[in-house]
Design a protein around this ligand. Structure first.
Ligand code: ADP
Length: 265
């Protein structure tokens, strides 16, 4: 099943006169409801680690006071919870940054080939821990697109990071980059970056919602592997800013492939 996320996002509600003002009101109301949901979600996501931290502090003061082994174990958990909170806050900041200036298209030349190599090198140790290999296939020469290097680094990190988290261990994660060519999705020249894994895949009915903030197929698993539920929302906004496309394809039991197509001019 394929879901073209960004194609849906650029369609604006049509209509004229009365119908239009009616739609405007619903849009405003929907935005208000979304904001409330968002605040509820953020509060909930932060409360979980805070509750855990408070609980462990109490235990360390009391029952575990003289038990060195328990103390070490609890401190380890506290460290992970603090790291989770810090990841959440940094993802929230990234999200608000990319949402804010979505209309301004970044234009500095970025070599996607070099950047992909860097991100893979950085994530290789994490993949190795998960007993997973990362394979990169792309042109030797630089593949340059107009963009924002830090944001494109984040796109690569989130997509390859997800493939490592959810990609199983059987077969390698394949990252493929094509040289600029005419891309049907863009009706013009562009590059295609594809991250394919052979993990469990995602059931079709989840695909349209994956880029919503905090949407997770399996919240327990996502938390266990260190997910904040914001990764794909950030990817979608960055791709939109670059006037690109994000496509998610997945077959349950066989794996997923996430493709970003970016204009090269
Ligand atoms: P998270 O931080 O939870 O990984 P994301 O926004 O990156 O959040 O992804 C949202 C959800 O989409 C994940 O929780 C996971 O359920 C699902 N997902 C993302 N990438 C993959 C993948 N490569 N394979 C299977 N499921 C995936």
């Amino acid at each position: 099943t394929t879901w073209d996320v960004t194609a849906g996002a650029v369609q604006l509600p049509g209509g004229r006169g009365v119908a239009l003002s009616f739609e405007d009101v619903t849009a405003v109301e929907a935005a208000g409801a979304m904001r409330r949901d968002f605040v509820t979600n953020v509060s909930h996501e932060l409360r979980t680690p805070i509750t855990a931290l408070s609980g462990f502090i109490e235990t360390l003061r009391g029952a575990a006071r003289d038990d060195a082994a328990a103390r070490d174990r609890f401190l380890g958990i506290m460290e992970r919870e603090a790291a989770r909170m810090s990841q959440l806050v940094s993802d929230l900041l990234s999200l608000s940054r990319v949402e804010q200036d979505e209309r301004l298209r970044p234009t500095a030349p970025v070599d996607l080939s070099g950047l992909t190599g860097q991100v893979i090198a950085l994530l290789e140790p994490i993949a190795a821990q998960a007993r997973l290999r990362l394979v990169f296939e792309g042109p030797e020469a630089p593949v340059v697109v107009p963009g924002d290097e830090e944001q494109l680094r984040q796109v690569l990190t989130n997509l390859i990071g997800n493939a490592i988290k959810y990609g199983g261990t059987e077969r390698p994660v394949e990252v493929t980059l094509t040289a600029p060519e005419i891309q049907r999705d863009l009706r013009g020249p562009g590059v295609r970056l594809k991250v394919r894994d052979h993990g469990d895949g995602i059931a079709a009915h989840h695909l349209p919602r994956l880029t919503e903030r905090f949407y997770r197929v399996d919240p327990h698993r996502s938390r266990a592997v260190g997910g904040t539920g914001l990764g794909l929302a950030i990817v979608k906004h960055i791709v939109n800013r670059h006037r690109g496309r994000l496509r998610i394809e997945s077959v349950q039991g066989q794996g997923s492939s996430l493709t970003v197509v970016l204009p090269s001019e």
